[in-house]
Design a protein around this ligand. Structure first.
Ligand code: ADP
Length: 397
C-alpha cells in the first residue's frame, strides 16, 4: 500500500529523523473522549515545511480533534506531536510556534486593524520598536496599510480574513492552522478568498494546515491532502496522487467525482492490464493502482473508478457501455455534463457522468460511452476501516 505516512521516529533529544523537511508531524495520535468515544485512532502523518496541507473527511471523522491536538488545547490520550522536529506534545500552545485562524476569524471588534495585529506581540512581550516594525511589515504584506486605523467590525469578510492572517503571521509561526475559515461564506466570496489565501501562502514560508469537509476546496488549495475517515487516515499524499492514485475506494469517491463499477478480475491480458467482468460488460483496465500483483487477484471482485473527464462518447473506444442520456447540464466554459444511465443484464440501472464539448439536446438520445484502460483506477481496498460498505456508504446503491 502506498501509505505515505511513515511515522516519524523520535531521537533521544525529541527531534525527528526527517526534522529538516517536516514542519509538523502527528505520530500515532489517539484521542478517547470521556473514556469511551474513540475520536482518533492511532493516526500518523507529516506535513513538509512550507506546504499547504488540507485535512478533509466527513463530519465526525476526527478532523477537529486532530487540529486541536496540534494546537495544544486538547491532550491526546496517546501519541506525539512534533513541530520542526521538536516534541511539543506536553508544550503549552503559546510556546508551540503555531498560529491559529478560526472559522469566524474571531477578531477583537472594538480594536482597530493595527491593534488586532499588535495584540499577540504585546502578549509575548516584544519591545515597542520591534512591534512597530513587524506590524508595519505584515500590514504591507497583507495590503492592509490603508485600513490600519479602521475598527475591525467595519471590515468586509475578505479584509477580516487578511487581518486574521496578519494577526497570526506577525508572530512568525512555523505552522499556521486554519479551522474551516471559509466555511460559512458564499461560494463566490469563498473562491476569491481562497485565491488570496494562496497568494499569501506563496509569499510567506509558513506551513499551512487547513481543515475542511469540502473536498473541492481541498483540491483547489492543497499541495498535500490528508483524507480522514472514522478516526483514521485513509491517505496522506500530494493532491494529484490522491486524485490519480487513491489508496482506497473511500478516497476515490470522497475526493473528486468517480464513475464506479464492480466486477470480477478474470484475466491479465497484458502486463499491467486486467480484464474485469461486470454486469455492464467486460472491460480492460489498468492494474497500476493495485497493491498486489494482478495475477494474485484472479477471481476476486473489485471496484474500479473512471473519472468523468476520461469518459467520452465514442463507440470505438477500447471499453464501451451503451447508455441513455438522462440529463444535459451546460457548464459555460467547461463543456457539457451528461448524466447517463447504463442498464445491466438484470435491468438494474447505473448512473454515469461524462464531460463533453459536443451538443446534446434530446434527453431521449442514446450514446455509447467509452474510455481507455489507462484511465481506469482499480481499487483493491474499500477503506482503512472495516466499517465502510461500498454499495451502502460509497455508492448509495
Ligand atoms: P470532525 O471535526 O471531523 O467533525 P471531531 O473531531 O469533532 O470530528 O469529532 C470526532 C468524534 O469525536 C465524533 O464522534 C464526535 O462526536 C466526538 N467528539 C468530539 N468532541 C467531543 C467531546 N468533547 N466529547 C465527546 N465526544 C466528542
Amino acid at each position: 500500500m502506498s501509505d505515505t505516512n511513515p511515522s516519524v521516529a523520535a531521537d533521544a533529544d525529541g527531534t525527528t529523523d526527517a526534522a529538516q523537511d517536516v514542519s509538523i508531524a502527528v505520530e500515532d495520535l489517539t484521542k478517547v473522549y470521556d473514556g469511551d468515544v474513540l475520536a482518533v485512532d492511532g493516526i500518523s502523518f507529516d506535513v513538509a515545511a512550507g506546504d499547504f496541507c488540507v485535512i478533509i473527511g466527513p463530519s465526525g471523522c476526527g478532523k477537529s480533534t486532530t487540529l486541536r491536538s496540534m494546537v495544544g488545547d486538547l491532550s491526546p490520550t496517546s501519541g506525539r506531536i512534533y513541530v520542526d522536529g521538536v516534541d511539543v506534545t506536553e508544550t503549552p500552545t503559546y510556546k508551540r510556534d503555531i498560529g491559529l485562524v478560526f472559522q469566524d476569524f474571531q477578531l477583537f471588534p472594538h480594536l482597530t486593524v493595527r491593534e488586532n495585529v499588535e495584540y499577540g506581540l504585546e502578549r509575548v512581550g516584544a519591545p515597542p520598536a520591534e512591534r512597530d516594525e513587524k506590524v508595519e511589515d505584515v500590514l504591507e504584506l497583507m495590503k492592509l496599510e490603508s485600513l490600519a486605523d479602521s475598527p475591525s467590525d467595519e471590515l468586509s469578510a475578505g479584509q477580516k480574513q487578511r487581518v486574521a492572517l496578519a494577526r497570526s503571521l506577525v508572530l512568525e509561526p512555523n505552522v499556521l492552522l486554519l479551522d474551516e475559515p471559509l466555511g460559512d461564506l458564499d461560494y463566490k466570496l469563498q473562491k476569491r478568498l481562497e485565491r488570496e489565501l494562496l497568494d499569501i501562502h506563496h509569499q510567506v514560508e509558513t506551513t499551512f494546515v487547513y481543515v475542511t469537509h469540502d473536498q473541492r476546496q481541498a483540491m483547489r488549495l492543497a499541495d498535500q491532502i490528508v483524507v480522514m475517515n472514522d478516526g483514521h487516515v485513509e491517505q496522506s499524499a500530494p493532491s494529484d496522487e490522491i486524485y490519480n492514485h487513491p489508496a482506497t475506494a473511500f478516497v476515490a469517491t470522497f475526493v473528486g467525482d468517480s464513475n464506479v463499477f464492480t466486477g470480477e478480475l478474470t484475466d491479465v491480458v497484458e502486463p499491467g492490464v486486467a480484464r474485469m467482468d461486470t454486469p455492464f460488460g467486460t472491460f480492460d483496465v489498468s492494474a497500476e493502482n493495485l497493491y498486489s500483483d494482478p495475477e494474485e487477484l484472479l477471481g476476486e471482485t473489485l471496484p474500479f473508478a473512471v473519472r468523468p473527464q476520461f469518459l467520452r462518447v465514442d463507440e470505438t473506444a477500447p471499453n464501451t457501455v451503451d447508455c441513455a442520456v438522462e440529463d444535459v447540464i451546460h457548464q459555460p466554459g467547461k463543456g457539457t455534463k451528461l448524466i447517463l444511465e447504463a442498464t445491466d443484464a438484470d435491468g438494474e440501472p447505473k448512473q454515469l457522468e461524462l464531460t463533453t464539448h459536443d451538443t446534446y439536446d434530446s434527453l431521449d438520445e442514446r450514446v455509447v460511452a467509452g474510455w481507455d484502460p489507462a484511465d481506469t483506477i482499480l481499487l483493491e481496498r474499500i477503506s482503512v476501516t472495516d466499517s465502510v460498505d461500498l454499495e451502502r456508504d460509497l455508492l448509495g446503491e
